[in-house]
Design a protein. Structure first.
Length: 345
């Protein structure tokens, strides 16, 4: 029997409500990149819409198109676009487009004009992270051009946004100052953005001044906390996804867990991974291609289920990640794309 990723949709609903309450009056965008952090777009998006989520962050256009099919009335935001073909697909799917360069702005305008459409865009200022944004010295000319294009009816500037590093409060304060200046310059140029969004999960929870009109929440919606940060319980979040597997063979000293191929990351977890078993928490002593070995426990028998990470009493993804020197979302995103999922709740 292979492992499976068990997704608790009731926990997702609880997290959506907890995030909304924490960041209010700002709106919470649910980010669903990488197949909803491996939790599954097809299940996550409908549950989110049922819980009243209105904005969904897709990252790339192909994900945005898939979200649009699941949520015809949602606002869907994509910000990783490569050329005019991507722009054309985004406009056809009625996506909001994140624009972080003068070249992309011209591509959006050209495609919108060709389609006799108006593109909803969010202009991105580089606040120091150097992640797909317009530099401060180029920003005034960029927003002047956006004003011209908006007057022509080919774009509508819905928002101004950026990423921050969340490396330190001081660095984030510097980034926020750059963002504030950029917003002021955009307004002085004649733009009237409706949505300002700067913060992702950690900053949105910890620093109210970073929330503005909207926050983009990915990992926290799935109960994946930041490394070296407050616990899931302290954040008021529940773990949504748990990696489970079943006992395959019971020996006198060891128990073999059948996993199938789980992820490339798992092969590096020897000495760090534990299993929550019916006999308590036990160390994983050996990781093979499609099995794990753990010590025997009383009354162990084939078919019993163990949890390798996820909901208590197992380690969370971030607990495991901290021992591996990475972050919780990386543990989840490295799960094999064809790993079976089972939905509960």
């Amino acid at each position: 029997m292979s492992a499976e990723f068990v997704v608790d949709l009731a926990a997702l609903s609880d997290n959506i409500r907890a995030v909304r309450e924490r960041v209010a009056p700002a709106e919470a965008m649910l980010v669903v990149k990488d197949d909803a952090y491996r939790h599954g777009l097809d299940a996550v998006v409908p549950r989110a819409i049922a819980e009243g989520v209105r904005w969904i962050g897709a990252l790339d256009v192909s994900t945005g198109v898939a979200v649009r099919a699941l949520a015809p009335e949602a606002r869907v935001f994509a910000w990783m676009l490569a050329g005019r073909d991507d722009v054309a697909d985004a406009l056809s799917a009625r996506l909001d487009i994140g624009v972080g360069s003068a070249e992309l702005l011209e591509d959006v305008a050209a495609v919108a004009q060709a389609q006799s459409a108006t593109a909803d865009v969010h202009l991105k200022i580089d606040t120091g992270l150097h992640r797909n944004g317009v530099r401060s010295e180029e920003w005034p000319a960029f927003v002047d051009r956006a004003v011209q294009l908006e007057a022509l009816g080919v774009i509508h500037v819905v928002g101004i946004w950026s990423h921050i590093g969340e490396a330190s409060d001081a660095d984030d304060d510097d980034s926020r100052a750059v963002f504030e200046t950029a917003v002021s310059q955009a307004r002085e140029a004649g733009l009237t953005p409706e949505k300002l969004h700067l913060a992702a999960s950690a900053a949105a929870f910890a620093r109210p001044e970073f929330r503005y009109d909207m926050v983009r929440i990915g990992a926290f919606h799935y109960g994946i906390r930041s490394a070296d940060g407050p616990s899931e319980q302290e954040l008021g979040l529940a773990v949504v996804g748990s990696l489970q597997a079943a006992v395959e063979k019971v020996g006198r000293k060891d128990t073999i867990i059948g996993t199938g191929y789980v992820s490339g990351l798992m092969s590096t977890a020897a000495g760090s991974l534990t299993a929550a078993t019916p006999g308590g928490r036990l160390p994983v002593t050996e990781i093979a291609a499609d099995t794990l070995r753990i010590p025997h426990w009383d009354d162990a028998e084939a078919g019993q289920v163990v949890t390798l990470f996820g909901a208590k009493p197992a380690d969370s993804a971030t607990d495991l990640a901290e021992r591996l020197g990475t972050i919780g979302e990386e543990v989840v995103l490295r799960l094999a794309s064809d790993l079976p999922r089972r939905y509960v709740g």
